[in-house]
Design a protein around this ligand. Structure first.
Ligand SMILES: Cc1cc2nc3c(=O)[nH]c(=O)nc-3n(C[C@H](O)[C@H](O)[C@H](O)COP(=O)(O)OP(=O)(O)OC[C@H]3O[C@@H](n4cnc5c(N)ncnc54)[C@H](O)[C@@H]3O)c2cc1C
Ligand code: FES
Length: 483
Protein backbone atom coordinates (compact mmCIF):
# COMPACT_ATOMS: atom_id res chain seq x y z
CA UNK A 1 0.00 0.00 0.00
CA UNK A 2 1.33 3.44 -0.94
CA UNK A 3 2.23 5.74 1.93
CA UNK A 4 1.31 9.42 1.94
CA UNK A 5 4.94 10.12 0.96
CA UNK A 6 4.84 7.81 -2.04
CA UNK A 7 1.57 9.39 -3.16
CA UNK A 8 2.94 12.92 -2.97
CA UNK A 9 6.51 12.74 -4.32
CA UNK A 10 7.76 11.82 -7.76
CA UNK A 11 11.38 11.14 -8.55
CA UNK A 12 12.94 12.31 -11.84
CA UNK A 13 13.93 9.39 -14.12
CA UNK A 14 17.68 8.77 -14.04
CA UNK A 15 19.93 7.01 -16.55
CA UNK A 16 22.14 4.37 -15.02
CA UNK A 17 25.60 3.83 -16.50
CA UNK A 18 27.28 0.46 -16.64
CA UNK A 19 28.41 -0.52 -13.15
CA UNK A 20 31.97 0.68 -12.54
CA UNK A 21 34.50 -1.93 -11.46
CA UNK A 22 35.96 0.03 -8.50
CA UNK A 23 34.86 2.69 -6.02
CA UNK A 24 36.42 4.18 -2.90
CA UNK A 25 33.20 3.33 -1.04
CA UNK A 26 30.12 1.27 -1.85
CA UNK A 27 26.92 1.80 0.13
CA UNK A 28 24.48 -1.13 0.08
CA UNK A 29 20.95 0.25 0.40
CA UNK A 30 19.27 3.42 -0.85
CA UNK A 31 17.18 4.32 2.22
CA UNK A 32 17.76 7.30 4.50
CA UNK A 33 20.88 5.79 6.10
CA UNK A 34 22.48 4.79 2.79
CA UNK A 35 21.74 7.99 0.87
CA UNK A 36 22.84 10.29 3.70
CA UNK A 37 26.05 8.31 4.18
CA UNK A 38 26.76 8.37 0.44
CA UNK A 39 26.10 12.12 0.40
CA UNK A 40 28.49 12.79 3.30
CA UNK A 41 31.21 10.73 1.64
CA UNK A 42 30.72 12.16 -1.86
CA UNK A 43 30.66 15.75 -0.62
CA UNK A 44 33.96 15.09 1.15
CA UNK A 45 35.65 13.82 -2.02
CA UNK A 46 35.21 10.04 -1.60
CA UNK A 47 34.12 8.32 -4.85
CA UNK A 48 30.98 6.54 -3.65
CA UNK A 49 28.48 4.24 -5.33
CA UNK A 50 25.06 3.25 -3.91
CA UNK A 51 23.64 -0.17 -4.79
CA UNK A 52 19.88 -0.44 -4.20
CA UNK A 53 17.95 -3.69 -4.65
CA UNK A 54 14.70 -1.93 -5.64
CA UNK A 55 14.28 1.83 -5.83
CA UNK A 56 15.57 4.65 -3.65
CA UNK A 57 13.29 5.05 -0.62
CA UNK A 58 11.26 1.93 -1.41
CA UNK A 59 12.19 0.30 1.93
CA UNK A 60 11.18 1.49 5.39
CA UNK A 61 12.12 5.11 4.62
CA UNK A 62 9.20 5.38 2.19
CA UNK A 63 6.85 4.21 4.96
CA UNK A 64 8.07 6.12 7.99
CA UNK A 65 6.25 8.91 9.84
CA UNK A 66 9.38 11.09 9.52
CA UNK A 67 9.62 12.86 12.85
CA UNK A 68 13.15 14.20 13.16
CA UNK A 69 13.78 14.24 16.87
CA UNK A 70 16.21 13.28 19.60
CA UNK A 71 13.16 12.22 21.64
CA UNK A 72 13.09 8.47 21.06
CA UNK A 73 10.19 7.46 23.29
CA UNK A 74 11.33 6.91 26.87
CA UNK A 75 15.05 6.33 26.53
CA UNK A 76 17.26 8.75 28.44
CA UNK A 77 16.40 7.74 31.99
CA UNK A 78 16.89 4.10 31.03
CA UNK A 79 20.19 4.78 29.20
CA UNK A 80 21.60 6.69 32.16
CA UNK A 81 20.86 3.67 34.35
CA UNK A 82 21.93 0.95 31.91
CA UNK A 83 25.02 2.34 30.16
CA UNK A 84 25.88 5.35 32.32
CA UNK A 85 25.76 9.13 32.00
CA UNK A 86 28.65 9.58 29.55
CA UNK A 87 27.32 7.15 26.90
CA UNK A 88 23.78 8.48 27.39
CA UNK A 89 25.14 11.99 26.79
CA UNK A 90 26.80 10.85 23.54
CA UNK A 91 23.48 9.38 22.38
CA UNK A 92 21.58 12.58 23.23
CA UNK A 93 24.17 14.89 21.72
CA UNK A 94 24.54 12.96 18.44
CA UNK A 95 20.77 12.79 17.86
CA UNK A 96 20.09 16.42 18.81
CA UNK A 97 22.95 17.53 16.53
CA UNK A 98 21.42 15.49 13.71
CA UNK A 99 18.39 17.81 13.58
CA UNK A 100 20.59 20.83 12.92
CA UNK A 101 22.59 18.85 10.35
CA UNK A 102 19.37 18.13 8.37
CA UNK A 103 18.38 21.78 8.49
CA UNK A 104 21.76 22.99 7.27
CA UNK A 105 21.76 20.48 4.41
CA UNK A 106 18.21 21.41 3.37
CA UNK A 107 19.15 25.12 3.39
CA UNK A 108 22.44 24.53 1.59
CA UNK A 109 20.85 22.54 -1.25
CA UNK A 110 17.54 24.41 -1.25
CA UNK A 111 15.51 21.18 -0.89
CA UNK A 112 11.74 21.71 -0.83
CA UNK A 113 10.75 18.94 1.58
CA UNK A 114 8.19 20.58 3.88
CA UNK A 115 10.71 20.89 6.72
CA UNK A 116 9.04 22.34 9.83
CA UNK A 117 10.25 22.81 13.39
CA UNK A 118 7.82 21.30 15.92
CA UNK A 119 7.92 20.28 19.59
CA UNK A 120 8.01 16.52 20.21
CA UNK A 121 5.82 15.06 22.95
CA UNK A 122 6.00 11.65 24.59
CA UNK A 123 2.83 11.28 26.65
CA UNK A 124 1.02 8.78 28.86
CA UNK A 125 -2.66 8.43 29.68
CA UNK A 126 -1.80 6.10 32.62
CA UNK A 127 0.97 7.66 34.71
CA UNK A 128 3.15 10.76 34.67
CA UNK A 129 5.94 9.34 36.83
CA UNK A 130 8.14 7.84 34.12
CA UNK A 131 7.70 11.02 32.08
CA UNK A 132 8.96 13.17 34.93
CA UNK A 133 12.00 10.90 35.31
CA UNK A 134 12.57 11.07 31.53
CA UNK A 135 12.35 14.86 31.57
CA UNK A 136 14.89 15.08 34.43
CA UNK A 137 17.31 12.73 32.69
CA UNK A 138 16.96 14.57 29.35
CA UNK A 139 17.55 17.95 31.01
CA UNK A 140 20.67 16.63 32.75
CA UNK A 141 21.98 15.44 29.39
CA UNK A 142 21.54 18.93 27.94
CA UNK A 143 18.36 18.30 25.93
CA UNK A 144 15.64 20.99 25.64
CA UNK A 145 13.03 19.10 27.70
CA UNK A 146 10.18 20.15 30.01
CA UNK A 147 7.29 18.36 31.70
CA UNK A 148 3.67 19.12 30.74
CA UNK A 149 0.37 17.86 32.17
CA UNK A 150 -1.93 19.17 29.41
CA UNK A 151 -1.86 18.77 25.65
CA UNK A 152 -4.05 19.55 22.65
CA UNK A 153 -4.64 15.82 22.01
CA UNK A 154 -8.32 14.81 21.90
CA UNK A 155 -8.04 12.90 25.22
CA UNK A 156 -6.82 13.50 28.74
CA UNK A 157 -3.14 12.78 29.51
CA UNK A 158 -1.44 12.10 32.84
CA UNK A 159 1.74 13.79 31.73
CA UNK A 160 4.19 14.37 28.90
CA UNK A 161 7.87 15.00 28.36
CA UNK A 162 8.22 17.69 25.70
CA UNK A 163 11.37 18.36 23.65
CA UNK A 164 11.35 21.82 22.13
CA UNK A 165 12.26 22.74 18.55
CA UNK A 166 12.44 19.30 16.97
CA UNK A 167 11.28 18.79 13.34
CA UNK A 168 9.18 16.92 10.79
CA UNK A 169 9.47 16.70 7.00
CA UNK A 170 8.57 14.82 3.82
CA UNK A 171 11.18 12.05 3.78
CA UNK A 172 10.94 11.14 0.10
CA UNK A 173 11.09 14.70 -1.25
CA UNK A 174 14.30 15.06 0.77
CA UNK A 175 15.72 11.67 -0.20
CA UNK A 176 15.01 12.01 -3.94
CA UNK A 177 16.67 15.43 -4.06
CA UNK A 178 19.82 14.06 -2.44
CA UNK A 179 19.90 10.80 -4.41
CA UNK A 180 19.65 12.75 -7.67
CA UNK A 181 23.16 14.08 -7.03
CA UNK A 182 24.75 10.67 -6.32
CA UNK A 183 25.90 7.57 -8.22
CA UNK A 184 22.95 5.30 -7.47
CA UNK A 185 22.30 1.95 -9.14
CA UNK A 186 18.69 0.92 -8.60
CA UNK A 187 17.36 -2.61 -9.19
CA UNK A 188 20.84 -3.83 -8.31
CA UNK A 189 20.59 -6.26 -5.39
CA UNK A 190 23.86 -7.21 -3.77
CA UNK A 191 24.08 -10.99 -3.77
CA UNK A 192 27.34 -11.65 -1.98
CA UNK A 193 30.09 -9.70 -0.20
CA UNK A 194 33.55 -11.08 0.55
CA UNK A 195 36.47 -8.89 1.61
CA UNK A 196 36.46 -5.99 -0.83
CA UNK A 197 34.40 -7.76 -3.51
CA UNK A 198 30.71 -7.09 -3.95
CA UNK A 199 28.78 -9.32 -6.35
CA UNK A 200 25.60 -7.91 -7.82
CA UNK A 201 23.19 -8.85 -10.58
CA UNK A 202 25.10 -6.38 -12.80
CA UNK A 203 28.52 -7.87 -12.01
CA UNK A 204 31.31 -7.39 -9.47
CA UNK A 205 32.50 -4.12 -7.97
CA UNK A 206 35.57 -3.80 -5.74
CA UNK A 207 35.50 -1.21 -2.96
CA UNK A 208 37.99 0.07 -0.40
CA UNK A 209 35.11 0.60 2.05
CA UNK A 210 31.74 -1.15 2.20
CA UNK A 211 28.76 0.20 4.12
CA UNK A 212 25.82 -2.07 4.95
CA UNK A 213 22.87 0.35 5.06
CA UNK A 214 20.40 -2.30 3.90
CA UNK A 215 18.13 -2.09 6.97
CA UNK A 216 18.87 -5.60 8.33
CA UNK A 217 22.37 -6.91 7.39
CA UNK A 218 22.03 -10.00 5.21
CA UNK A 219 25.54 -11.31 6.01
CA UNK A 220 25.14 -13.52 9.08
CA UNK A 221 28.76 -14.20 9.91
CA UNK A 222 30.80 -12.19 10.87
CA UNK A 223 28.73 -9.66 12.79
CA UNK A 224 26.03 -12.05 14.06
CA UNK A 225 23.37 -9.32 13.82
CA UNK A 226 20.72 -12.05 13.60
CA UNK A 227 21.43 -12.75 17.29
CA UNK A 228 21.15 -9.10 18.18
CA UNK A 229 17.91 -7.83 16.60
CA UNK A 230 14.32 -8.72 15.83
CA UNK A 231 11.87 -6.57 13.84
CA UNK A 232 8.64 -4.88 14.83
CA UNK A 233 5.89 -3.61 12.51
CA UNK A 234 3.45 -0.78 12.98
CA UNK A 235 0.70 0.84 10.98
CA UNK A 236 -0.30 4.35 9.93
CA UNK A 237 -3.32 6.18 8.51
CA UNK A 238 -3.39 9.61 6.87
CA UNK A 239 -6.64 11.38 7.77
CA UNK A 240 -8.42 14.46 6.50
CA UNK A 241 -11.00 16.48 8.38
CA UNK A 242 -9.52 15.95 11.85
CA UNK A 243 -8.06 18.78 13.95
CA UNK A 244 -4.86 20.84 13.76
CA UNK A 245 -2.07 19.67 16.09
CA UNK A 246 0.88 21.91 16.79
CA UNK A 247 3.36 19.19 17.75
CA UNK A 248 4.45 15.59 17.13
CA UNK A 249 3.21 13.03 19.65
CA UNK A 250 4.11 9.49 20.65
CA UNK A 251 2.72 7.42 23.48
CA UNK A 252 4.77 5.87 26.25
CA UNK A 253 1.97 3.31 26.83
CA UNK A 254 2.05 -0.10 25.13
CA UNK A 255 -1.18 0.38 23.19
CA UNK A 256 -0.78 4.12 22.58
CA UNK A 257 -0.91 6.14 19.39
CA UNK A 258 1.40 8.50 17.54
CA UNK A 259 0.32 11.71 15.79
CA UNK A 260 1.82 14.28 13.46
CA UNK A 261 0.43 16.51 10.74
CA UNK A 262 1.35 16.76 7.07
CA UNK A 263 -0.16 19.88 5.49
CA UNK A 264 -3.87 19.65 6.36
CA UNK A 265 -3.74 15.91 7.09
CA UNK A 266 -3.11 14.07 10.31
CA UNK A 267 -0.97 10.92 10.43
CA UNK A 268 -2.12 8.49 13.07
CA UNK A 269 0.21 5.58 13.92
CA UNK A 270 0.11 2.57 16.21
CA UNK A 271 -0.99 -1.09 16.51
CA UNK A 272 2.62 -2.31 16.66
CA UNK A 273 3.70 -5.94 17.13
CA UNK A 274 6.66 -8.21 16.53
CA UNK A 275 6.86 -9.05 12.83
CA UNK A 276 5.34 -12.47 12.20
CA UNK A 277 3.02 -12.24 15.18
CA UNK A 278 -0.10 -10.83 13.54
CA UNK A 279 -1.97 -14.04 12.82
CA UNK A 280 -5.33 -12.52 13.88
CA UNK A 281 -5.05 -9.30 11.83
CA UNK A 282 -7.26 -6.27 12.51
CA UNK A 283 -4.49 -3.69 13.06
CA UNK A 284 -5.80 -1.17 10.53
CA UNK A 285 -9.35 -1.65 11.80
CA UNK A 286 -8.22 -0.84 15.32
CA UNK A 287 -6.57 2.38 14.11
CA UNK A 288 -9.72 3.26 12.13
CA UNK A 289 -11.84 2.66 15.21
CA UNK A 290 -9.66 5.00 17.29
CA UNK A 291 -9.72 7.64 14.53
CA UNK A 292 -13.55 7.59 14.40
CA UNK A 293 -13.70 7.78 18.19
CA UNK A 294 -11.81 11.12 18.16
CA UNK A 295 -12.94 12.53 14.80
CA UNK A 296 -16.23 10.93 13.67
CA UNK A 297 -16.19 12.85 10.34
CA UNK A 298 -12.59 12.08 9.36
CA UNK A 299 -11.72 10.65 5.92
CA UNK A 300 -8.83 8.28 5.22
CA UNK A 301 -6.50 9.26 2.36
CA UNK A 302 -3.76 6.63 2.80
CA UNK A 303 -2.83 3.65 4.93
CA UNK A 304 0.51 1.91 5.13
CA UNK A 305 2.84 -0.01 7.42
CA UNK A 306 6.53 -0.48 8.05
CA UNK A 307 8.93 -2.31 10.31
CA UNK A 308 12.20 -1.60 12.00
CA UNK A 309 15.06 -3.45 13.68
CA UNK A 310 15.02 -3.56 17.48
CA UNK A 311 18.52 -3.94 19.03
CA UNK A 312 19.04 -5.75 22.32
CA UNK A 313 20.12 -2.73 24.36
CA UNK A 314 17.88 -0.22 22.50
CA UNK A 315 20.92 1.49 20.93
CA UNK A 316 21.55 1.38 17.14
CA UNK A 317 24.58 -0.43 15.75
CA UNK A 318 26.60 2.19 13.86
CA UNK A 319 30.27 1.73 13.04
CA UNK A 320 32.56 -1.17 12.13
CA UNK A 321 30.62 -4.23 11.00
CA UNK A 322 32.95 -6.63 12.81
CA UNK A 323 36.56 -7.06 13.85
CA UNK A 324 37.21 -9.42 10.89
CA UNK A 325 36.80 -6.83 8.10
CA UNK A 326 38.02 -3.38 9.22
CA UNK A 327 36.76 -1.80 5.98
CA UNK A 328 33.13 -2.93 6.47
CA UNK A 329 30.65 -0.62 8.24
CA UNK A 330 27.06 -1.03 9.37
CA UNK A 331 24.09 1.23 10.19
CA UNK A 332 21.14 -0.67 11.63
CA UNK A 333 18.96 -1.22 14.72
CA UNK A 334 17.22 2.17 14.58
CA UNK A 335 14.21 0.95 16.66
CA UNK A 336 11.76 3.18 14.77
CA UNK A 337 13.93 6.29 15.16
CA UNK A 338 15.84 6.10 11.91
CA UNK A 339 15.60 9.73 10.82
CA UNK A 340 18.10 11.20 13.28
CA UNK A 341 19.85 7.81 13.57
CA UNK A 342 20.52 7.81 9.80
CA UNK A 343 22.12 11.25 10.07
CA UNK A 344 24.17 10.04 13.04
CA UNK A 345 25.26 7.03 10.97
CA UNK A 346 26.21 9.19 7.99
CA UNK A 347 28.37 11.43 10.16
CA UNK A 348 30.02 8.66 12.20
CA UNK A 349 30.74 6.35 9.26
CA UNK A 350 32.04 9.08 6.95
CA UNK A 351 34.30 10.32 9.76
CA UNK A 352 35.56 6.78 10.39
CA UNK A 353 36.38 6.31 6.69
CA UNK A 354 38.21 9.65 6.65
CA UNK A 355 39.99 8.61 9.86
CA UNK A 356 38.49 11.44 11.94
CA UNK A 357 37.75 10.54 15.55
CA UNK A 358 34.09 11.34 16.29
CA UNK A 359 33.57 11.96 20.02
CA UNK A 360 30.07 10.40 20.08
CA UNK A 361 30.99 7.12 18.34
CA UNK A 362 31.48 4.90 21.41
CA UNK A 363 27.84 4.54 22.43
CA UNK A 364 26.85 3.30 18.94
CA UNK A 365 29.83 0.97 18.42
CA UNK A 366 28.61 -2.47 17.26
CA UNK A 367 31.49 -3.92 19.26
CA UNK A 368 30.24 -2.46 22.57
CA UNK A 369 29.64 -4.65 25.60
CA UNK A 370 26.34 -3.72 27.25
CA UNK A 371 25.43 -7.02 28.86
CA UNK A 372 23.44 -5.38 31.67
CA UNK A 373 21.25 -3.52 29.13
CA UNK A 374 21.02 -6.46 26.71
CA UNK A 375 20.53 -9.57 28.86
CA UNK A 376 16.72 -9.45 29.14
CA UNK A 377 16.14 -8.94 25.40
CA UNK A 378 18.81 -11.51 24.50
CA UNK A 379 17.01 -14.22 26.45
CA UNK A 380 13.55 -13.17 25.19
CA UNK A 381 14.68 -12.99 21.54
CA UNK A 382 16.53 -16.31 21.82
CA UNK A 383 13.45 -18.04 23.22
CA UNK A 384 11.24 -16.56 20.48
CA UNK A 385 13.65 -17.74 17.77
CA UNK A 386 13.87 -21.22 19.27
CA UNK A 387 10.04 -21.44 19.38
CA UNK A 388 9.60 -20.39 15.75
CA UNK A 389 12.46 -22.59 14.56
CA UNK A 390 11.03 -25.74 16.13
CA UNK A 391 7.46 -24.89 15.12
CA UNK A 392 8.27 -25.70 11.51
CA UNK A 393 9.15 -29.28 12.46
CA UNK A 394 6.76 -29.89 15.36
CA UNK A 395 3.45 -28.18 14.53
CA UNK A 396 1.17 -29.89 12.04
CA UNK A 397 -0.99 -27.89 9.61
CA UNK A 398 -4.58 -27.41 10.79
CA UNK A 399 -6.22 -27.94 7.38
CA UNK A 400 -5.95 -29.27 3.83
CA UNK A 401 -5.37 -26.87 0.97
CA UNK A 402 -8.84 -27.70 -0.40
CA UNK A 403 -10.43 -26.23 2.77
CA UNK A 404 -8.93 -22.77 2.21
CA UNK A 405 -11.65 -20.17 1.48
CA UNK A 406 -11.26 -17.49 -1.23
CA UNK A 407 -9.39 -14.42 0.09
CA UNK A 408 -7.76 -16.46 2.87
CA UNK A 409 -4.27 -17.78 3.55
CA UNK A 410 -2.71 -20.20 6.01
CA UNK A 411 -0.50 -23.19 6.62
CA UNK A 412 -1.93 -26.28 4.91
CA UNK A 413 -1.36 -29.93 4.01
CA UNK A 414 -0.82 -30.30 0.29
CA UNK A 415 0.35 -33.51 -1.42
CA UNK A 416 1.70 -34.73 1.93
CA UNK A 417 3.71 -31.55 2.50
CA UNK A 418 3.38 -28.68 4.97
CA UNK A 419 3.11 -25.52 2.84
CA UNK A 420 1.80 -21.98 2.94
CA UNK A 421 -1.16 -21.23 0.69
CA UNK A 422 -3.31 -18.28 -0.32
CA UNK A 423 -6.49 -18.66 -2.41
CA UNK A 424 -7.44 -15.52 -4.35
CA UNK A 425 -11.03 -14.48 -5.04
CA UNK A 426 -10.93 -16.30 -8.42
CA UNK A 427 -9.98 -19.52 -6.66
CA UNK A 428 -6.35 -19.55 -7.82
CA UNK A 429 -4.05 -21.02 -5.14
CA UNK A 430 -0.51 -19.68 -4.52
CA UNK A 431 1.73 -22.18 -2.74
CA UNK A 432 4.92 -21.23 -0.91
CA UNK A 433 7.55 -22.88 1.27
CA UNK A 434 7.14 -21.68 4.85
CA UNK A 435 10.70 -22.49 5.88
CA UNK A 436 12.34 -19.06 5.97
CA UNK A 437 15.33 -19.03 3.61
CA UNK A 438 17.28 -16.87 6.07
CA UNK A 439 17.81 -19.30 8.96
CA UNK A 440 14.88 -21.71 8.74
CA UNK A 441 12.21 -20.37 11.12
CA UNK A 442 8.56 -20.93 10.22
CA UNK A 443 6.98 -18.10 8.23
CA UNK A 444 3.55 -17.05 9.53
CA UNK A 445 0.53 -15.78 7.57
CA UNK A 446 -0.22 -12.07 8.03
CA UNK A 447 -3.90 -11.64 7.08
CA UNK A 448 -3.66 -7.85 7.36
CA UNK A 449 -1.20 -7.53 4.52
CA UNK A 450 -1.55 -10.90 2.80
CA UNK A 451 2.10 -11.73 3.34
CA UNK A 452 4.30 -14.42 4.84
CA UNK A 453 6.31 -12.92 7.72
CA UNK A 454 9.16 -14.39 9.73
CA UNK A 455 8.91 -13.90 13.51
CA UNK A 456 12.63 -14.56 14.03
CA UNK A 457 14.30 -11.66 12.18
CA UNK A 458 11.47 -10.15 10.15
CA UNK A 459 11.95 -11.30 6.54
CA UNK A 460 8.73 -10.97 4.51
CA UNK A 461 7.31 -12.45 1.30
CA UNK A 462 4.09 -11.46 -0.47
CA UNK A 463 1.33 -14.03 -1.03
CA UNK A 464 2.74 -14.95 -4.43
CA UNK A 465 6.04 -15.82 -2.70
CA UNK A 466 8.08 -12.78 -3.81
CA UNK A 467 10.62 -11.25 -1.38
CA UNK A 468 9.48 -7.97 0.23
CA UNK A 469 11.91 -7.49 3.12
CA UNK A 470 15.33 -8.82 4.15
CA UNK A 471 17.45 -10.26 5.83
CA UNK A 472 16.41 -13.26 3.66
CA UNK A 473 17.90 -12.87 0.20
CA UNK A 474 16.16 -15.62 -1.76
CA UNK A 475 14.05 -13.78 -4.35
CA UNK A 476 11.09 -16.15 -4.07
CA UNK A 477 9.73 -19.10 -2.09
CA UNK A 478 7.23 -20.31 -4.69
CA UNK A 479 6.39 -24.04 -4.64
CA UNK A 480 5.16 -25.72 -7.80
CA UNK A 481 3.18 -28.95 -7.45
CA UNK A 482 2.80 -31.17 -10.49
CA UNK A 483 -0.85 -32.22 -10.71
C1 LIG B 1 5.72 2.70 11.33
C2 LIG B 1 7.06 3.34 11.49
C3 LIG B 1 7.13 4.71 11.73
C4 LIG B 1 8.38 5.31 11.86
N1 LIG B 1 8.43 6.64 12.14
C5 LIG B 1 9.63 7.22 12.38
C6 LIG B 1 9.71 8.59 12.77
O1 LIG B 1 8.71 9.29 12.89
N2 LIG B 1 10.94 9.11 13.01
C7 LIG B 1 12.06 8.36 12.90
O2 LIG B 1 13.16 8.85 13.19
N3 LIG B 1 12.02 7.06 12.50
C8 LIG B 1 10.84 6.49 12.25
N4 LIG B 1 10.78 5.18 11.87
C9 LIG B 1 12.02 4.45 11.60
C10 LIG B 1 12.59 4.80 10.23
O3 LIG B 1 11.57 4.86 9.27
C11 LIG B 1 13.61 3.73 9.81
O4 LIG B 1 14.50 3.51 10.88
C12 LIG B 1 14.43 4.20 8.63
O5 LIG B 1 13.58 4.57 7.56
C13 LIG B 1 15.37 3.08 8.19
O6 LIG B 1 16.13 3.57 7.12
P1 LIG B 1 17.20 2.60 6.45
O7 LIG B 1 17.90 3.40 5.41
O8 LIG B 1 18.02 1.96 7.51
O9 LIG B 1 16.33 1.42 5.83
P2 LIG B 1 15.47 1.35 4.49
O10 LIG B 1 14.76 2.61 4.22
O11 LIG B 1 14.67 0.11 4.58
O12 LIG B 1 16.57 1.21 3.38
C14 LIG B 1 17.31 0.01 3.17
C15 LIG B 1 17.41 -0.22 1.69
O13 LIG B 1 18.30 -1.31 1.45
C16 LIG B 1 17.86 -2.00 0.32
N5 LIG B 1 18.46 -3.35 0.34
C17 LIG B 1 18.16 -4.38 1.17
N6 LIG B 1 18.90 -5.46 0.85
C18 LIG B 1 19.68 -5.09 -0.20
C19 LIG B 1 20.65 -5.77 -0.99
N7 LIG B 1 20.98 -7.06 -0.77
N8 LIG B 1 21.25 -5.10 -2.00
C20 LIG B 1 20.94 -3.79 -2.26
N9 LIG B 1 20.01 -3.11 -1.54
C21 LIG B 1 19.41 -3.75 -0.52
C22 LIG B 1 16.35 -2.01 0.47
O14 LIG B 1 15.71 -2.21 -0.78
C23 LIG B 1 16.08 -0.62 1.05
O15 LIG B 1 15.71 0.33 0.08
C24 LIG B 1 9.56 4.54 11.74
C25 LIG B 1 9.47 3.18 11.51
C26 LIG B 1 8.24 2.57 11.41
C27 LIG B 1 8.21 1.10 11.25
S1 FES C 1 14.33 -13.87 9.02
FE1 FES C 1 15.80 -15.07 10.00
S2 FES C 1 14.95 -17.03 10.02
FE2 FES C 1 13.50 -15.81 8.99
Amino acid sequence: MESIWQKTARRAESDTDTLCSHADAVVIGGGMAGILTAWMLTSRGVHTVVLEANEVGSGQTGHTTAKVTSQHGLIYDRLCKSVGGELARQYAHANEEAIGAYERLIDQLGIACDWERRDAWVYSTRSGEALMAETDAAQQLGLPAFFADKSCLPFWIQGASVFKNQAQFHPLKFLYALAGQLNVYEHTPVLHVEGQNIDTLLGRIVADHIIFACHYPFVNCPGYYFMRMHQERSYALALENTQPLDGMYISADDDGLSFRTYNNQLILGGSGHRTGENCAGGQYDELRRRAREYWPDCRESACWSAQDCMPLDKIPYIGRFSGKYPNWYVATGFKKWGMTSSMVAARLISDAILQIDHPDRHVFSPQRHTWKASAGSFIKDGMASAKHLTRYYLKRPGMDVEQLLPGHGGIVRCNGRKLGAYRDMDGHVFLVSIKCPHLGCQLEWNPEEKSWDCPCHGSRYDYTGKLISNPAQEEDIVVKINS
